[in-house]
Design a protein around this ligand. Structure first.
Ligand code: IMP
Ligand code: MG
Length: 178
C-alpha cells in the first residue's frame, strides 16, 4: 500500500497537533450549548474520532452517508443520501465533520438539507480544503489545512475504498488511477 504514495503531506503528529487546536477552539465556542457533531461517512471517521477526544464539553455524535463520487476521482455533481440522521436536530447546534472539501457541492447540499430540520445553527469542521477546485461558495468555521489540487488518501480518505487505514495523509501516485 505504501508504495502507491508519492509524498506524505501530513504525518500523524502534524494531524494530532492541528486537531488538538481545533478541538480546543470548538470547546470554547460551544461551551454551554447543545452540540451535535455530524460525521459524513466514511471519510470523516478518523477525524471525527480524534476530534471528539479533543472536545472537553458535552457533545453527541451522529452520522450521515452521502454519495457523489462512485469509484472515480471526479465528483458527479449529484448528491444522494444513503444514510440519514438517527436524531432530531431541531434547536441543536450542528457541526458537520468532513474530511475534505473539493468542489464544495457535497457540503453545500448537506447544509441546506440540515437547515431544513430547523437546528439552532449549522457550521462546518473540515480537515482539508482544496481552494483551487471550489465550484460553490462555502463558509468553513474550522479548517485544518489547505491542500493542493492532487488526489489525497489516508487518515479516512480513500481511492476506490482503499487507503483509508494509512495513519497519515499522502498524495496518491498517478498510475493508480490513470
Ligand atoms: P465535493 O462535493 O466535490 O466537495 O467532494 C467532497 C468529497 O469528495 C469528500 O467528502 C471526499 O469524500 C471526496 N474527495 C474529494 N477530494 C478527495 C481526495 O483528494 N481524496 C479522497 N477523496 C476526496
Ligand atoms: Mg467524504
Amino acid at each position: 500500500m505504501k508504495e502507491d504514495i508519492k509524498e506524505i503531506l501530513f504525518d500523524e503528529e502534524t494531524l494530532r497537533n492541528k486537531i488538538k487546536e481545533i478541538g480546543k477552539q470548538i470547546s470554547e465556542d460551544y461551551a454551554g450549548r447543545d452540540l451535535i457533531l455530524i460525521g459524513v461517512l466514511k471519510g470523516s471517521v478518523m477525524f471525527m474520532s480524534d476530534l471528539m477526544k479533543e472536545i472537553s464539553i458535552y457533545c453527541c455524535m451522529d452520522f450521515m452517508a452521502v454519495s457523489s463520487y462512485g469509484d472515480s476521482t471526479q465528483t458527479s455533481g449529484v448528491v444522494r443520501i444513503l444514510k440519514d440522521l438517527d436524531y432530531h436536530i431541531e434547536g441543536k447546534d450542528i457541526l458537520i465533520v468532513e474530511d475534505i472539501i473539493d468542489s464544495g457541492i457535497t457540503l453545500k447540499y448537506l447544509i441546506e438539507y440540515l437547515k431544513g430540520r430547523k437546528p439552532n445553527s449549522v457550521e462546518i469542521a473540515c480537515l482539508l480544503n482544496k481552494p483551487d477546485r471550489r465550484k460553490v461558495d462555502i463558509d468553513v468555521k474550522y479548517l485544518g489545512f489547505d491542500v493542493p489540487d492532487a488526489f489525497l488518501v489516508g487518515y479516512g480518505l480513500d481511492y476506490a475504498e482503499k487507503y483509508r487505514n494509512l495513519p497519515y495523509i499522502g498524495v496518491l501516485k498517478e498510475y493508480v488511477y490513470k
